[in-house]
Ligand binder design. Structure first.
Ligand SMILES: O=P(O)(O)OC[C@H]1O[C@H](O)[C@H](O)[C@@H](O)[C@@H]1O
Length: 536
C-alpha cells in the first residue's frame, strides 16, 4: 500500500502535519486504539468506536458460518442477492461487489419504482440481506416489511430468504429472532462508516460471490505499518487530507477512473463527509467531477497519476488506510470523527412531516413538467438554475440531490440496434446525474450530486454541519404507482417526499438556499431540466 505526493504544496503541508503528529506519538496511539486522542469531549464515543482496527483479525471468525450460508444459498439456487441498507450498511458491499464484478442489488432508496424493480426481479431466487447497525433506520425497516409481504404472497417462507446483519440488542435483532431469520451480529464497537470489513461489508458481499478472505488478508498486511512514523500510508494520507484542509484546500476531488477498484469514491464520500463535516468545518468530497484547478481543491487519485496525491493498494488495504487517515484528519481539524450530530435533524423533520403533513406549498413557478418551490424571481427554469449558480459563494459548492429512481435512465428509449455510443447518449439524456455535469460546466465551483435519501446518510451531515457555503437543489418526482409499507401508515412515495421536505426544512433553518424542483412527469421533467441547464 503506497501513498505518493505529486504536488509540492501538498507534500509540504502534509510533512509539517505528519511531523507534528509523529512527535506526539499519534500513529502508534491510534494503531493501538487510544480513545483519548480526540480530546475529552470525544473520548467516551471514541472508546466504543475503534473496533475497526481489529477487524482484519476478528472478522475471520465469521468465515465458517458465512461459508455455510453461501453454500446453502447456492444449493437452493438463490442467485439474486438484494441488500437493504443505508450509508455504512451498503456502501462498502457495493464497492466490494463492483470490484469483484459480481451482481448485488443494492436497495438504499425509498423510490417506489426502484424498489418495485428489485421486487419484480427473480423473487423466486432472491435472498435479502437486511443490514442496519441501529436496527431502526426507516428505509431498511420499510424494505424488510415489503419483502416479508412479497415472499408470503408468493408462498415463500421469509425465514428462508431473509438474513439480518445488526448490532446485538437492536430492535432489528429482536424482530429477526421472533421471525426466525438467520442473524449475523456485528461488532458494536465499530461505527457504520468504519464497518467495511465487519459483517456489514462481508455478509452481503460473500453471498453475492466476492472473495472476502482476500480483503481481510490485504487489510491485515497493511496493519503493522499503521503504527509507524515512517512508511505509514495512513499517516501519509491523513496528513495530506488534514494538512491540505487547514491550508484551505478542503474540496476533495476523488478520481478512480478505469482502475480495478470500482466505485471506492462513493464509500470514501460517506467516510470523509460524515466524519469531518461538523462544527462549521470539514472536507467536502466531490465524486465524478473533473478537477477545475480551483485553489481550494485537493485531487486524490486511486491507482492513477491524475491527482495531487496517488493512493495505490488492494481494496482491503484501501478501506483500512482511508479509515485511519480520516480519523487522523478529524484530529487535525479538531472534530470528533465518530459522530454525526446533524443527521438526526432531517430524520426528525421527516417524522414530523409524516405525522402531520404541512400546509401545501404553492410553486413559485411552473415551467412545463417542472414545478419550482422556494425563493426565486426567475421567469423560467434556466433562470432558476442561473440564480442558484450565482448564489454559490466563492469558497462554496452547489449540491444537487435527486429523490428519484437511480436506474430509470436504463428505461430510456433507444434507437434500433444502438451501438455503445448511442446507448450512452440515450442514458445520459434521461439521467438526472447529467445535470451535475451540465451545471459544472457553467460554474468554477464544485457541483456535487447525491441520490436521495442515500446521500442523507453520507454528505447530508456535511451539508448541515460543515461550512455554511452550500447552495442546494433538490429534485423530486411525481409517483404514479406507489408501494405500501405493510404495518406502517405511509407509502414509500410518501416517505420519499417527506424526506426531501424534511431535509429542505433543516437546510433552510440554517439559512442555506434550498430550492426544490418537482417533476410532474419524471421522464419529460428530466429532459426539460437538462435542456434548461444547457441554456444557462
Ligand atoms: O446501519 P444503520 O444504523 O441503519 O445506519 C445507516 C446510516 O444511518 C445514519 O444516517 C448514519 O448517519 C450513517 O452513518 C449510517 O451509516
Amino acid at each position: 500500500m503506497e501513498v505518493t505526493y505529486r504536488e509540492e504544496g501538498v507534500a509540504e503541508a502534509a510533512a509539517s502535519v505528519a511531523g507534528r503528529l509523529s512527535d506526539d506519538g499519534v500513529p502508534a496511539r491510534l494503531a493501538a486504539g487510544d480513545p483519548a486522542l480526540w480530546g475529552a469531549g470525544a473520548e467516551a464515543e471514541a472508546a466504543i468506536r475503534l473496533g475497526w482496527l481489529n477487524l482484519p483479525r476478528t472478522s475471520r471468525e465469521l468465515l465458517p458460518e458465512l461459508g455455510k450460508l453461501v453454500e446453502r444459498a447456492r444449493a437452493e439456487g438463490l442467485d439474486h442477492v438484494v441488500l437493504s441498507g443505508m450509508g455504512g450498511s451498503s456502501l462498502a458491499p457495493e464497492v466490494i461487489c463492483n470490484t469483484a464484478d459480481v451482481a448485488l442489488t443494492v436497495l438504499d432508496t425509498t423510490d417506489p419504482d426502484q424498489v418495485r424493480r428489485a421486487l419484480d426481479d427473480r423473487l423466486d431466487r432472491t435472498i435479502v440481506v437486511v443490514s442496519s447497525k441501529s436496527g431502526s433506520t426507516v428505509e431498511t425497516d420499510s424494505h424488510r416489511r415489503i419483502y416479508e409481504q412479497a415472499f408470503r404472497s408468493a408462498g415463500i417462507d421469509p425465514a428462508e430468504r431473509i438474513v439480518v446483519v445488526t448490532d446485538p440488542g437492536s430492535p432489528l435483532e429482536q424482530a429477526a429472532v421472533e421471525a426466525g431469520y438467520t442473524i449475523f451480529l456485528a461488532d458494536p464497537n465499530v461505527g457504520g462508516r468504519y464497518s467495511a470489513l465487519s459483517a456489514f461489508g462481508l455478509v452481503p458481499s460473500a453471498l453475492a460471490g466476492a472473495e472476502i478472505e482476500q480483503l481481510l488478508d490485504d487489510a491485515a498486511e497493511v496493519l503493522p505499518s499503521l503504527a509507524l512514523k515512517e512508511g505509514n500510508p495512513g499517516l501519509a494520507l491523513g496528513a495530506a487530507l488534514g494538512g491540505a484542509a487547514l491550508a484551505g484546500r478542503d474540496k476533495l476531488i476523488l478520481e478512480d477512473q478505469l482502475t480495478e477498484i470500482n466505485g471506492l469514491p462513493d464509500w470514501i464520500e460517506q467516510l470523509v463527509a460524515e466524519s469531518t463535516g461538523k462544527q462549521g468545518r470539514g472536507i467536502l468530497p466531490v465524486v465524478a467531477a473533473e478537477p477545475t484547478g480551483a485553489r481550494d481543491e485537493l485531487v486524490v487519485a486511486i491507482e492513477s497519476d491524475d491527482g495531487d496525491v496517488r493512493v495505490d493498494g488492494p481494496l482491503g488495504a484501501q478501506f483500512m488506510v482511508w479509515e485511519y487517515a480520516t480519523a487522523l484528519a478529524g484530529l487535525v481539524l479538531g472534530v470528533n470523527p465518530f459522530d454525526q450530530p446533524d443527521v438526526a435533524e432531517s430524520k426528525d423533520n421527516t417524522t414530523r412531516v409524516l405525522d402531520g403533513p404541512p400546509a401545501a406549498e404553492e410553486p413559485v413557478l411552473v415551467d412545463g413538467p417542472v414545478e419550482v418551490y422556494g425563493e426565486s424571481r426567475a421567469g423560467d427554469l434556466s433562470g432558476v438554475l442561473t440564480e442558484l449558480l450565482k448564489a454559490v459563494p466563492s469558497d462554496g459548492y452547489l449540491a444537487v440531490m435527486a429523490y428519484l429512481d437511480r436506474l430509470a435512465a436504463f428505461d430510456a428509449p433507444m434507437p434500433e440496434d444502438p451501438d455503445f455510443e448511442q446507448m450512452t447518449e440515450a442514458w445520459m439524456a434521461a439521467d438526472a446525474q447529467t445535470l451535475r455535469a451540465l451545471l459544472a460546466m457553467r460554474t468554477p465551483r464544485p457541483v456535487t450530486f447525491g441520490w436521495g435519501p442515500r446521500f442523507l446518510h453520507s454528505t447530508g451531515q456535511y451539508h448541515k454541519g460543515g461550512p455554511s457555503n452550500g447552495v442546494f437543489l433538490q429534485i423530486t418526482g411525481a409517483v404514479t404507482a406507489d408501494v405500501e409499507v405493510p404495518g406502517r401508515p405511509y407509502t414509500l412515495g410518501g416517505l420519499q417526499l417527506a424526506q426531501a421536505l424534511g431535509d429542505r426544512r433543516a437546510l433552510i433553518g440554517r439559512g442555506r438556499p434550498a430550492v426544490r424542483l418537482h417533476l410532474t412527469d419524471r421522464a419529460a421533467g428530466i429532459a426539460h431540466l437538462l435542456a434548461a441547464a444547457q441554456e444557462v
